[in-house]
Design a protein around this ligand. Structure first.
Ligand code: ASP
Length: 266
């Protein structure tokens, strides 16, 4: 789908969504789009994806931030990553107690010294209204200067072992951004980390695929290798083409550009 930059797209995770929760998620996605889009006035795609994701971390409707699903010991641990196309700048955090791990990931990116920090933050995940069925969140953006950015944040998989980290904070797996493409993935981290679909989409796009066919191609591959109910992705390319695909029952998603706002699901 062709869009009119600046453009921001978000997803609320691929999963087995009920109709009722899907409606709640779509309302929150619309607000996250509004919140992130404001950033284009003063900032770039990097701020847009971070603020959209931070909004979703705060909402409690998604498996991220305050809505993070519990581990097998009943604790909550969050992972997030963010990447800016120009300079391949990237920052990520894993296994944190932070309610806004995306902001910590942004600090890692800005500092520029490391890519992934695994830490126990000072700020505890609080609130925890999670009902255990929701999913990871992500955002991709392209600003007027042609800068692409991607961000993903998650509470991981319900009942995960303490210390488990999935794809979400791993560049090329749960998120990726270059001069060519920006992607955010969702699904079973243990499968996603073996394929690196966000990286694969970038390769396909640099070979001439459009965002839609690249998203479909990697999703078909994930389905072939690991079956249904394993994966979802949103993708933007440098021309503002948007694509998405998923092999689960639903993946609520939304897009806002200079002329329209769309929020959809399943
Ligand atoms: N990909 C996330 C993880 O494995 C979970 C999800 O997308 O729902 O941590």
């Amino acid at each position: 789908m062709r869009t009119n930059p600046p453009v921001l797209a978000v997803h609320g995770g691929a999963g087995n969504w009920s109709e009722e929760m899907l409606e709640k998620a779509k309302l929150e996605l619309a607000k996250a789009l509004e919140r992130g889009y404001e950033e284009f006035r003063r900032g770039s795609s990097l701020e847009a994806v971070v603020e959209a994701v931070a909004y979703m971390e705060d909402s409690g409707v998604f498996n991220a931030g305050v809505g993070a699903v519990p581990t097998e010991r009943g604790t909550r641990r969050t992972d997030a990553g963010v990447m800016l196309g120009p300079g391949l700048k990237v920052g990520a955090v894993g296994n944190t107690r932070l309610k806004n791990p995306i902001r910590a990931a942004l600090r890692v990116l800005q500092e520029g010294r490391h890519v992934l920090i695994v830490s126990e933050g000072a700020e505890e995940v609080s609130g925890s209204p999670s009902q255990g069925v929701f999913d990871t969140v992500g955002a991709v953006a392209l600003d007027k200067d042609g800068t692409l950015a991607a961000a993903t944040s998650t509470g991981g998989i319900a009942g995960k072992r303490e210390g488990r980290i999935g794809d979400s904070p791993i560049p090329g797996a749960g998120f990726y951004a270059t001069y060519e493409s920006a992607s955010s993935c969702t699904g079973v981290g243990e499968y996603i980390m073996r394929v690196l679909p966000a990286k694969e989409v970038d390769i396909l796009i640099s070979m001439g695929f459009d965002a839609e066919s690249a998203a479909l191609a990697v999703t078909r591959k994930m389905t072939r290798l690991f079956g249904d109910n394993t994966f979802g992705i949103i993708v933007l390319d440098k021309y503002g083409n948007f694509g998405y695909a998923f092999n689960t029952r639903a993946m609520p998603r939304g897009l806002k550009d200079s002329v329209r706002t769309l929020v959809e699901g399943p």
